[in-house]
Unconditional design. Sequence first.
Length: 120
Amino acid sequence: MQSYLFSDAISMALMNSDYDFEVHNSSYPGDTAELCRLFTPYALLMEVTSYMPWKLEERLAIRNKVKQQVPDCKIVLIVDENSEKMLAREVAQAKKNGLIDNFIYGSVSSAYLSAVIDTL
């Protein structure tokens, strides 16, 4: 996540949900694939913005690395549909094209986020 505050909020929401999630945060996008190799995640959540290194292309490159190591890992992108309208459309298209398993708008509730992750 671009913002540590946003990352911590999502982590806490998932850990405090009614579901049994174990959360591991990556401090830097370049460490994400290695962290996934170590922990073999069920799902990887990544924020997408119009700024490097959180751009869609960079997130899809991480997705490719993770899928090579953990083929069953679900990829979920989080995008702010209010300030990043065009990017939100591109992320939705990535879902339609089968590049990601799901996407979440940044404005959803923590209960909804947890339920979506649980149903992947």
